[in-house]
Every structure is written in C-alpha cells, then in structure tokens.
Design a binder for this molecule. Sequence first.
Ligand SMILES: Nc1ncnc2c1ncn2[C@@H]1O[C@H](COP(=O)(O)OP(=O)(O)O)[C@@H](O)[C@H]1O
Ligand SMILES: [Mg+2]
Length: 347
Amino acid sequence: MAGVVLSGVTKVFPGGTRAVDAIDLSIGEGEFFSLLGPSGCGKTTTLRMVAGFEAPDAGTILVGGQDMTSLPPERRGMGMVFQNYALFPHRTVAENVAFGLKMRSVPREDQAKRVRNALAMVRLQGLEERRPSQLSGGQQQRVALARAIVIDPTVLLCDEPLGALDKKLRQAMQFELKALHRRLGLTLVYVTHDQEEALTMSDRIAVMRAGRIAQLGAPREIYDRPTSRFVADFIGDTNILEGTASGHMLHLDGWASPLPQALPPGPCAIALRPERVRLGAPGAGLVDATVEEANFLGDAVLLKLLLPGGTAILARAPRETDAALLAPGAAASLAWRAEDPVPLEAA
Ligand SMILES: Nc1ncnc2c1ncn2[C@@H]1O[C@H](COP(=O)(O)OP(=O)(O)O)[C@@H](O)[C@H]1O
Ligand SMILES: [Mg+2]
C-alpha cells in the first residue's frame, strides 16, 4: 500500500543549482530505506519533496499508487523528523506531540490518548509537562519522533535524526529506531551522511552524488560490490589500486593481483577492503610491502603499508597477528583471494 515511487523527480533552485536531478526510486512498503551521501548531494531536498514541503520542477511522487505530487504535506499521511528536531520551545512535550493531531482536528479526548501512546512508544512517559529546554538532546529527539508517529503515518521521513547525538547515544537510538520501525510496520525513508548508520539500519540504500543516485542496493551489496570509485571511497575504508588488466590479472608495479573475472586489456582500477588483505612473512604472498604505521583498534590492527613504487595500502589484521609483522619498518607479504578485488567502472 504505502510504497513510495519517485519518477524523474527534479529540483532546480533559483540560481540554477540542480539539487535533485531526475531521480527514479521505488521504495517498498514497510521498507527501511536510506538516502546516503555527502553534504549537499540532495538528500534533504529529496525528502522535503516527498514530504510536500518543496515542489518538484519535474517528475511525480506516488505513495501507495496515489499521486501525491501536488498535495499539501498534511494530506500525505507522512510523519517527518527534522535534522534540528524543530520543537516548539515554549510548548510542553505533550503539546509538541499533539501538534499534528490539532492540525488534523482530532477530538481532544483522542488527542490525549494518542499522545500518551506515542510517548510510551519512545519511552518518554512522565515527561509530558516539561519543555524542550528541560530535556537532554536524546530526549528531544524522542519528542520529535513521537510527534511524527502520533499521526499514524504510513510513511515516516527522517532527516539525519541522530546527527546531533554523541556516539553512544546515537548507537542506542539506532537500535530503538529499528525496533520502532519493526513494531509500527511503516515505510521509513531515512536520510544520513553517515555510512555506518546507513549500513547497520537499512534494508536498502541509495547512495547519492550531486543530485543523482550513484548506486542502489542492500547494505552488503553496496559494501561488497561498489560499482564506482565514488561509492567504494564513500562506504568505509577501501584501497583503490590502479594497473593494467590482462585477462584474470591486474598488473601493477612489478607484481600482479588476481581478478574475480577476466577483463578486457587496458587500464583498470580495483577496490579492495582492508579486511581482505592478509599479512604473511615476506615472500609468501602476492607482493611484499613495508609497514609504515600500525594503529591498534581494540579488536584488530589497522596497518598502513607501502607497496613497491610507493603506493600506500591499508590492511586490517587480527590482533593476534605475529607482532614482528606489525612494527613500523617491518617487511610483510600481502595476499588476497581472486574474488576479493572489485573492478570499478571507469569514473
Ligand atoms: N532553498 C534553497 N535554495 C537554494 N539552494 C538550495 C536550497 N536548499 C538546498 N540548496 C542547495 O541544493 C543542494 C542540495 O542540498 P540538500 O538537499 O540540502 O543536500 P543534503 O541534504 O544532501 O546535504 C546544495 O547545493 C544546496 O546548497
Ligand atoms: Mg541535509
């Protein structure tokens, strides 16, 4: 019912900024769908057009098969959580949450009950009479969330809702938001520039770049099989190695890496995750490299090594790795499986 379909959606701001450039997207009912990308790539503008706060210059937006493109926000059945919470500072928690119900002329008795339910959903019972300034950042975020879900939206839109929280709280809220999504069973469109957040929470992710979708897929697919250098770089630590392909091999500076498939001869770049790089005694791998730095991460060690020719490469080694291989200046061999490198499309 409440899938969201964008076709050719475009927004050009006065001055000519093409903030969103002919986006096509089909978000499934009940899906946790993230728009992920660097600042300025058009995430907020896309979300605001879905919400109805911004009118597209071209294209259509369907929800549950119904054309919403020219409906005002309050008639779209959507809840929205804004990046800066946008709470009314002089109203109480209960009044803030009741706002959307008032706008929709819900009877007073119903309002009180629904506000109570929504506050219980985000575990804010007992704080009804406080004002936003008397709440922590995390609590304010919950009020914003309660205000969005109190109207029983079929679609919930969230614009970097956890961006202002510290790391621990953000992680806790990520779990809560996912649980809430499951309980409510609604379609959730989530905007973030934080790749880790998108990877952990989403059913699918659209990676955006300059108003367009660079890649769309499940988190594992985006992480394991980035198709472009932009996505490979944006999603997690990665190595990009450039060489010359010839069949199943990529030839680099006097050494070669196996490739997962035969490629046409010519210049080629591959992405290789640091955790795929295995360390061994010198001479035992595909290539020897010199350890430049080793950073202890707690559960692993992140190494920066220099390849022949001076290119740097990151390797994530288990903390149990032979200490002799982890010292700056040490020589180590590097190896990976043929299926580990991901050939990238030309930029
Ligand atoms: N109201 C506006 N007027 C003019 N330009 C805007 C406006 N809102 C956003 N932009 C521009 O559109 C582009 C996309 O912005 P936005 O959607 O906010 O990106 P994101 O949320 O991904 O950071 C940026 O270049 C931004 O400067
Ligand atoms: Mg934004």
